[in-house]
Design a protein around this ligand. Sequence first.
Ligand code: ZN
Length: 430
Amino acid sequence: MLKLFIALLFSVAAYSGVVQEQLFVTDSSFLKLASERVELTIDHVSQDGFELYGPKGTKKWLEQIGVDHRVIEHTHHHNKSRSKYPTYEEITSSLKALAKLYPHIMSLESIGKSVEGRELWMVKISDNVKKDETEPEFKYISSMHGNEITGRELTQFFIKDLLEGYGNNSRITWLIDNTELFIMPSMNPDGSKRKRRGNANWVDLNRNFPDWTKGEANTWNKRQPETVAVMKLHRKRQFALSANFHGGAVVVNYPWDSTYDRHPVDALVKELSLRYSKENYPMYTSNRFEDGVTNGADWYKLHGGMQDWSYFWHNDLQVTVELSAKKWPHYSSIPSFYKDNKESMLVFAESIHQGAGFKLKDSAEGKVKITKLSPDTKSLGSFGFSSGEFYKVLEPGKYRFDVSAGGEKHSFETQVEFELNKENGNYTKL
Ligand SMILES: [Zn+2]
């Protein structure tokens, strides 16, 4: 009988990733069935139940099939704390002012427009910022879920600290001199304006990326403009390490999300996640997640997420950081969240230097086969590259790179160490 109702209620595909209603389901036995429905989106599974998002009619349907649930209230719009969060317009002018103040190390670019035409601002911080140098490329993106606001503020605090620290703080100066850092405080400004998860089309952007486990190609046909903007950015750049910020829990979630298989660099990505959590006391001492980290699918499976997509298609190792149990905390608590995360954000960004790469004389496309030689021997597989540049975050050890591009072959061996600190990254010029 239950199954019959489920089969009858929605015409499935058209509603995939649509998040018009937000509910909290307290009946955990419903999780398995819910996760099989593509028109439903599950988030933040806990002992008490899980968040369930779906198209209009989802609540009515839960009532009909007798599943215990409650509505997740939107925070009251007259709540005074809300007005203290900067608006999109205020954030825009503050970022523009910073770019003017620090033109030698910060540039501001819009990588596209939201559904409603808001600019999707991407900050780049590096020495010689106007030049595309051969340096490892790191990235933070926040608030692809518009109502998960904490990271939008913390990334702005982090941008300011980097800019002000340049020339004053040796770690920050070194990082900026030797890295290209990209920081996007808001991937979903329309959703944040409405204080909701989805974008202006009600679509969950973290279910909107191509999913290879379902055989989807890496194409942006019919995807949301915010998703397409990030996809296009990845075609232009060579990100090697990233994190994206969310809210609703306090934990670092590492790939994969979409399969129970272990990630090809499972030990490394867990180690990098721990580096983040260890510097964040409330996260590391979590009584819900051991040491404040979790494998994505072990927590709950999801499809179409950004982190699985970025590694599978673009060799960009990415984790999802859940920053605050409350998705939209009182604005006055933001400095305290920043205090908990500041060192983590810095350490995680520095970690990109634990890796190796190469630069060809021309901007050729090609393939590279990577073999670990010691302390253990294993093949890491083959990776594509464009623009004659490739960089990969790796476990410490000795590696061989076999590069083929435009009919030419190059081989070299290189050492990766925990603390590398090689100028402009550990690149071999070929
Ligand atoms: Zn989220």
